[in-house]
Write a protein that binds this ligand. Structure first.
Ligand SMILES: Cc1cc2nc3c(=O)[nH]c(=O)nc-3n(C[C@H](O)[C@H](O)[C@H](O)COP(=O)(O)OP(=O)(O)OC[C@H]3O[C@@H](n4cnc5c(N)ncnc54)[C@H](O)[C@@H]3O)c2cc1C
Length: 268
């Protein structure tokens, strides 16, 4: 039997046949089981986020701006209501090392000095604190199971390394885990070997997409490629449609890192 100890006002111990680590980016269970020792800067993204009221401009779309300061990360502006926007940016931790980057300052600089955003934030007001997080990216395969336990979502380091999205993969991993747990309960077998079916099914479902996104993340460092794609997208609705699709469609993503795609775009 496996389990956890809760330490707070009262100390309590819970025992179970199987423990699911769904405790997010700083997962205690991932650390206690030895699946994660410390965050790997090559596979972690640092992000800051704040809410603003009174941001001028579109309220019917999400905006991703690939600003130089955080490439291949981006600055985002997401409408959350008619009056409020979720604003933030993220950057690969490895790219911040040795540069004394303060992401909060980078965000305020973009808002206050970037010619594109300055007029849009002229009458905007910060309506929350600025919060910072670490995002564990799925650009490497972390150990996600062992004797009597499984890790899902951010605890399993499954955030898409290109888009920074993690909700979809967290949900997918939970679904896969629940099917394997159902089988384990039927067989009354919670061994590492039995639970390896979770890891196999997880990587079969998400492995290729995560790899594609990692390739795209690396290609995103090439500013001229990004500019080429975005310039074409500005003038061509079908390129715009295609780029939108790359956030959800793996085949579209794969084309994005094929040299042929850029050649075609160059002469289109
Ligand atoms: C700034 C920012 C912006 C993001 N934007 C997007 C986006 O636009 N789209 C998207 O898809 N993803 C986005 N993500 C990523 C997304 O939030 C995560 O990938 C997703 O929430 C992971 O779900 P999870 O259930 O694994 O972890 P979490 O949502 O982090 O849930 C973990 C839960 O475990 C609890 N917990 C942790 N430790 C303990 C403990 N010791 N005891 C008890 N409970 C504990 C926490 O309180 C939390 O409720 C963003 C992340 C950040 C930081």
């Amino acid at each position: 039997m496996k389990g956890i100890e809760l330490k707070g006002k009262k100390e309590r111990e819970f025992r179970a046949k199987i423990l699911v680590g769904a405790d997010g980016a700083h997962s205690v269970i991932a650390r206690k089981t030895g699946c994660v020792t410390e965050p790997d800067p090559r596979h972690s993204c640092a992000a800051v986020r704040a809410y603003y009221t009174g941001v001028a401009g579109p309220k019917d779309r999400i905006e991703l701006h690939f600003i130089d300061e955080v490439l291949p990360g981006y600055f985002w502006i997401f409408p959350v209501s008619k009056t409020e926007h979720n604003v933030g940016l993220g950057m690969l931790v490895k790219d911040m090392q040795g540069k004394h980057v303060n992401l909060k300052e980078v965000m305020f600089n973009a808002i206050e000095k970037n010619a594109l955003f300055k007029p849009r934030f002229k009458n905007a007001k910060l309506s929350s604190e600025v919060r910072g997080w670490n995002l564990p990216l799925g650009s490497r395969r972390q150990k996600v199971h062992g004797n009597g336990y499984l890790l899902v979502g951010d605890a399993a380091s499954l955030i898409d390394p290109f888009t920074g999205e993690g909700v979809g993969n967290a949900t997918t991993s939970a679904k896969i885990a629940s099917l394997v747990i159902e089988k384990a309960l039927k067989l009354n077998d919670f061994s590492e070997q039995m639970l390896s079916e979770y890891a196999d099914n997880l990587w079969a479902e998400l492995g290729s997409e995560l790899q594609t996104s990692y390739n795209l993340q690396r290609a995103g460092k090439w500013k001229f490629l990004l500019n080429l794609v975005i310039d074409k997208a500005a003038n061509r609705p079908e390129v715009r449609e295609f780029i939108g699709g790359t956030f959800t469609n793996e085949d579209a993503k794969k084309q994005l890192y094929s040299p042929l795609f850029y050649l075609k775009l160059l002469f289109a």
